[in-house]
Design a protein around this ligand. Structure first.
Ligand SMILES: [Ca+2]
Ligand SMILES: [Ca+2]
Length: 91
């Protein structure tokens, strides 16, 4: 069960950061946030995200979250990453 929860949290970390805390935002605000997020992933600037660009972004996010660089994401590291993302989204 714990393993499932951690797996779900990893999926959440990688897949939906641009969509966090959207309940009180307008469609235009959400669209602007997603476009901002895409710019950080779309390394060849063609306006879409390839599988390679997505995988590279996922690897980058994992590395950023793995603060003790042991190749594993602990619950504390994932919570810290989520809190960091929340702080950025609330700005
Ligand atoms: Ca691209
Ligand atoms: Ca770690």
């Amino acid at each position: 069960m714990k393993k499932f929860l951690i797996s779900a949290a990893i999926v959440s970390l990688v897949s939906v950061p641009a969509f966090a805390n959207t309940a009180d935002k307008s469609d235009a605000e959400i669209r602007a946030k997603v476009q901002e997020h895409i710019k950080t992933i779309d390394t060849n600037a063609d306006g879409s995200i390839s599988k390679a660009e997505h995988d590279a972004a996922s690897d980058r996010m994992f590395s950023e979250a793995d603060t003790n660089k042991d190749g594993q994401l602990s619950l504390d590291e994932m919570v810290a990453k989520k809190q960091s993302k929340k702080a950025k989204m609330d700005r």
